[in-house]
Ligand binder design. Structure first.
Ligand SMILES: [Zn+2]
Length: 598
């Protein structure tokens, strides 16, 4: 990372360096699905531009679907329904020259291809691939939802990121580290039999070619409507009158400056749509759509939930207008984000359904608008999604309920387990972790760190720093240091002690009252930081007269001395007891949080 600063691709003030670069691909993809046939075939042309100062002697392709191969390295176990033979490249050419394709060794999810002529800086190459794969019977992030409903994700061979601090991304996908992609331009054509509807990342280019006029009109009017419009209901789908009456329909999409495309298709999922103003300055609306099995009760509310999420997240936290023209919430078997698409399960508890939808939609900003390297630094995306999830939850449910849920869902598992693997530094590259260590680092601990710095800076300054970070790095590839340095730069404070404390340590949260001394101004409460994390805390003082007063301490309490601090209670009254209350910053050992006067 230091080399990147020396080369000036990154800058110590947190801005992209004067020599910052990133590579770019233009993808033209045609994919054909013929359910219930499980074979998916595709071809693609890629124009890949080398903006780096380096001469590229090889390309690295990502072949994520090889995760389904028997023997592939995975975090979790896989049953036979999950397994397939992976993705197969049937033909491959570079600049018109046909080349032999070598399958990767050891079921890797990437393959390096040597170029006969190196790709020079500022030059581009034309690649052409044809490929096929069998869709997995058991769906997680992608695969078959039912015999005539497919969700295609990570589905096409993609050129890996070549970046300024690590070169080619040769990381093997093990089914947890989700995204690290270039910002590419896509045209996508999806061939499906008649009566199949396609939902995908991007803007539909030919709605009048693929939908019957009545349905095209409904979709069109939803783009300007605040109410939820049923684009296609069960009876209309059963009567086969929704899509254009051709044997095959080609649904065409475009999406530019985006990190991935995802496709869903079904012949029986119902379809709702509406839209909402996400940018007050320009009155720009974003489309909100949902596709689901009519039997899924909660999904009948999903477009309303989606509208609310886009509205709230655009206007409050992060408080940056939803950056895409659309979102589609598709009913699958994951709680999984994709650019402009969400693949969510159905739940009987609609409050939980809304919670999941809000979390996945919050990912729009991190990692998709900001090109986070989630494979290595997942805390830069899950941590933010978890933070926004809490903040929108407080608005939806009230602080008490939302905080309770956050404690149970995001913090309890970590803080109640004293095992060392629960407390690995957040900065640890995600690819070498699994289980609890990875989960804690990406979600709960990272989010608590963001909420702690929010508490330290106050909402106004925190938002200013966050917005400047987004402003500087959207559409690019920020690393943790770009985030740390931007906050230092914009706040005008050297917060390195805080970043060091939260993101580079094996600390946890455990405060203790060491003693309470009476002095001439009142009392001095000595607090010991046993766990080490610079967490905010409420010092609750109970007076003998029955009154209670709370003295909120921001993490600044730990700036001078990260192990010991004193909180002065200026009072003439007599104190009966003192209690430390961390709230969502759960304390690992609460037995030492109370002091009682003798
Ligand atoms: Zn997430």
């Amino acid at each position: 990372m230091q080399q990147a600063y020396k080369k000036g691709t990154r800058s110590p003030d947190g801005k992209p360096g004067k020599n910052y670069w990133q590579n770019h691909g233009r993808y033209n993809i045609t994919v054909t699905a013929m359910p219930p046939d499980r074979n998916i075939t595709g071809r693609e042309q890629i124009t890949y531009t080398n903006n780096s100062p380096d001469t590229l002697k090889n390309f690295v392709f990502k072949l994520i679907l090889n995760i389904h191969k028997p023997g592939a390295t995975r975090f979790g176990d896989a049953d036979s329904d999950y397994l397939t033979s992976g993705i197969h490249v049937d033909s491959f050419s570079v600049n018109g020259q046909i080349k032999e394709w070598q399958e990767p060794e050891y079921h890797y999810t990437w393959q390096s291809v040597r170029l006969s002529k190196p790709l020079m800086p500022n030059d581009s190459a034309q690649l052409s691939l044809a490929w096929h794969y069998e869709i997995s019977l058991r769906s997680g992030r992608e695969g078959m939802i039912d015999s005539t409903t497919y969700f295609l994700a990570y589905f096409y061979p993609r050129i890996a990121v070549y970046d300024d601090y690590n070169g080619w991304d040769r990381m093997n996908f093990t089914d947890a580290q989700e995204f690290y992609n270039d910002f590419n331009d896509y045209t996508l054509a999806v061939n499906v039999p008649k009566n199949y509807i396609v939902w995908a990342t991007g803007e539909l280019q030919n709605l009048n070619d693929v939908l019957q006029p009545e349905y095209a009109q409904r979709l069109h009017s939803s783009m300007a409507s605040d109410s939820v419009i049923h684009i296609a209901i069960q009876d209309e789908l059963a009567a086969q009158k929704v899509t254009a009456p051709n044997d095959m329909n080609t649904w065409r999409w475009t999406a530019n400056n985006i990190s991935d495309v995802t496709v869903a298709l079904s012949n029986h999922f119902v379809w709702d749509a509406s839209s909402i103003v996400v940018d007050d300055a320009t009155q720009r609306r974003a489309s909100v759509q949902s596709a689901y099995n009519d039997t899924a009760e909660d999904f009948h509310h999903m477009v309303s939930f989606g509208r609310h999420a886009l509205d709230w997240l655009s206007h409050n936290w992060p408080g940056v207008p939803y950056p895409f023209p659309k979102t589609t919430i598709f009913q699958g078997y994951a709680g999984m984000e994709y650019p402009m698409m969400v693949n969510d399960e159905t739940y009987s508890d609609t409050v939980f359904s809304r919670f999941v939808a809000e979390h996945e939609i919050a990912h729009t900003w991190f990692p998709f608008y900001m090109g986070i390297n989630e494979t290595r630094y997942g805390f830069m995306d899950e941590g933010w999604a978890t933070t926004f999830e809490l903040l929108i939850g407080r608005s939806d449910l009230g602080q008490e309920k939302a905080d309770y849920f956050y404690r149970q869902f995001r913090v309890q598992g970590w803080i109640s387990d004293a095992s060392a693997e629960e407390d690995i530094p957040i900065i640890t590259p995600g690819n070498i972790l699994d289980g609890a260590g990875l989960g804690n680092n990406e979600y709960g601990k990272a989010s608590l760190g963001y909420l702690a710095i929010k508490d330290l800076l106050g909402d106004e300054l925190f938002k200013k720093c966050l917005h400047e970070f987004i402003n500087r790095w959207h559409g690019k590839h920020p690393v943790p240091w770009d985030f740390f340095y931007t906050f230092n730069d914009v706040s005008g404070m050297n917060l390195n002690w805080f970043w060091q404390n939260w993101y580079f340590s094996n600390y946890y949260t455990d405060l203790a009252i060491e003693k309470v001394d009476k002095n001439k101004n009142g009392y001095a409460v000595s607090i010991q930081n046993i766990g080490g994390y610079a967490a905010p805390v409420d010092v609750q003082v109970n007076y003998e007269d029955g009154n209670t007063e709370t003295f909120h301490q921001t993490p600044a309490l730990w700036k001078a001395d990260q192990k010991n601090a004193t909180v002065n209670i200026p009072t003439k009254k007599k104190i009966k007891s003192v209690q430390l209350k961390g709230g969502i910053f759960m304390d690992a050992d609460e037995t030492n949080n109370t002091w009682n006067a003798k």
